[in-house]
Design a protein around this ligand. Structure first.
Ligand code: UD1
Ligand code: CA
Length: 468
């Protein structure tokens, strides 16, 4: 049994991410709806460290704000702190900047980079177990890559002990064919870390203080360095440019879809289905190609989503269907039909059994049970009752150019085609509105309202015109 020791986790997120060529700090780039940094924070949190520290620098306040808004420390029950690295002088310098946050700490320090979003809690825990089991002073995560590209390489001596890590641009000719790379994840005993860091120099191609240099310093002092070779090479992927970002996002996307499929969701074409991290989908729901489920979306069981639908921050009950449509920040009940070609905008609530179809748009409205809204209608800022029939081309005229007003439509009423309901207006229960009406006044319940010109009929008019 390995002994329990205190654990601190440091995440380095101060770099500019120059190769991303962006005004956004690199660690805030998103994959499947979340920033890279949030994934790394999740992995770190799964170790339940007593201190969790993020080193920020380039656009650091933006990074802090993003984490505080989106990543809940309360949920993880952790003590999260930010420290500043004012100048980005390299990864060792970044860890040095975090020294004050390790004041009085004794134990193991896990160091991670904020640009490795494919790292999982499972892998990280296994890595840490290896460190403890081998009772190493320093453990590094490595991976074997056919094309090691820009990663630092693990140089071993003739006994296979780790001698040093050499950055790609500093490789000697005889080191060029090494395929074991540095994944950028380390566990070091705290007292050793601080001692080794103080000896790191910047005599290299980039004139930076490399954290990787602690490996050679450890070897020189006969400290015990262990390695953990990660079998899933994607885990080691460090995102430095937008091409790798897209590769990493594909891996994450397939991970998310696979989890859903194994939990009982049918995904017809995973290559063309996009589901954000954290989206929930119920049993036996089918997701058709070209569909996007984003943000805090929750789909119930037995639904069909797609083809070609985008659902953002919305919930859908059971047995509903959304096809060729866009749904934003809305709530859809059970056995509801949306589409084809409909747009539910913010704050729309469709109760059970509602049907919204061809080219209808709804915004900031509640639509009661069993009501039908089809064919080119616009319902905005409205409270529509149950079992209402909204005829083709109905428009709630909710905006006078300055203010918005509400429309109320009672249960069981019938709104004829091409009606304009000029808000504020109330249509009573079971009322009828004649087709083509432009209503400016309320309609009491059980009444018929007709608000249009009477038809004029001129018998034989065409014949007379031709004779004249
Ligand atoms: C680094 C490693 C390399 C490894 C690779 C794995 C070093 C010197 N090299 O290279 O061996 O194979 O990661 O992905 O460590 N950062 C700071 N402050 C700084 C510099 C960087 O906080 O002054 C942060 C960055 O925000 C980033 C992380 O450290 O999240 C790694 O920096 P990056 O420049 O991406 O290092 P690589 O060149 O990828
Ligand atoms: Ca990197």
């Amino acid at each position: 049994m390995s002994q329990e020791v205190d654990l601190a986790a440091l995440i380095l997120a101060a770099g500019a991410g120059t190769r991303m060529k962006s005004s956004l700090p690199k660690v805030l780039f998103e994959l499947c709806g979340r920033s890279m940094l949030e994934y790394v924070l999740d992995a770190a949190a799964s170790l339940e460290p007593t201190r969790l520290v993020v080193v920020v620098g380039h656009k650091g306040q933006e990074v802090i704000d993003a984490v505080e808004n989106r990543w809940s420390t309360a949920q993880h029950g952790l003590n999260l702190n930010f420290v500043w690295q004012k100048e980005q002088l390299g990864t060792a310098h970044a860890v040095m900047s975090a020294k004050p946050s390790l004041e009085g700490f004794q134990g193991d320090v896990v160091i991670l980079y904020g640009d490795t979003p494919l790292l999982t809690g499972d892998v990280l825990r296994e890595f840490y177990e290896v460190h403890k089991t081998l009772e190493a002073d320093l453990t590094i995560m490595t991976a074997f890559l056919e094309n090691p590209g820009y990663y630092g390489r693990i140089v071993r001596d003739c006994n296979q002990n780790v001698k040093k890590i050499v950055e790609a641009r500093d490789l000697a000719p005889e080191e060029m064919n090494i395929k074991e790379i540095n994944a950028g994840m380390y566990v070091v005993k705290s007292e050793i870390l601080l001692d080794l860091l103080s000896r790191v120099g910047n005599n290299n191609a980039k004139k930076e203080y490399y954290l990787t240099d602690i490996v050679e310093l450890a070897a020189q002092r006969d400290l015990k360095t262990a390695t953990y070779m990660c079998q899933d090479t994607f885990v080691a992927e460090g995102v430095n440019d937008r091409y790798v970002l897209s590769e990493a996002e594909s891996v994450l996307r397939i991970r998310i879809l696979k989890d859903l499929m194994l939990s009982g969701v049918t995904i017809r074409d995973p290559e063309h289905t996009y589901v954000d991290f954290g989206v929930e989908v119920g049993l036996d729901t089918v997701i058709e190609p070209g569909s996007y489920l984003r943000g805090k979306t929750k789909i119930g069981p037995g639904c069909v989503v797609g083809p070609m639908s985008e659902i953002i921050d919305s919930s859908v009950g059971q047995g509903s269907r959304v096809w060729f449509s866009v749904v934003e920040n809305s709530k859809i009940g059970s056995n509801v039909q949306v589409g084809p070609y409909s747009h539910l905008r913010s704050q729309t609530c469709l109760e059970d059994g509602v049907s919204v179809g061809n080219y209808a748009e709804i915004k900031n409205s509640t639509i009661g049970k069993g009501t039908k809204v089809h064919h080119h209608s616009y319902i905005g800022d409205s409270d529509v009752g149950c079992d209402v029939n909204i005829g083709a081309g109905t428009v709630t005229v909710n905006y006078d150019g300055a203010r918005k007003y509400r429309t109320r439509i009672g249960d069981g009423s019938f709104i004829g085609c091409n009606s304009n309901l000029i808000a504020p207006i109330t249509i009573g229960n079971r009322a009828y509105v004649a087709a083509g009406s432009t209503l400016t006044d309320d309609v009491p319940e059980d009444a018929l309202a007709i608000a249009r010109e009477r038809q004029v009929l001129k018998e034989g008019w065409v014949v007379k015109k031709k004779q004249s």
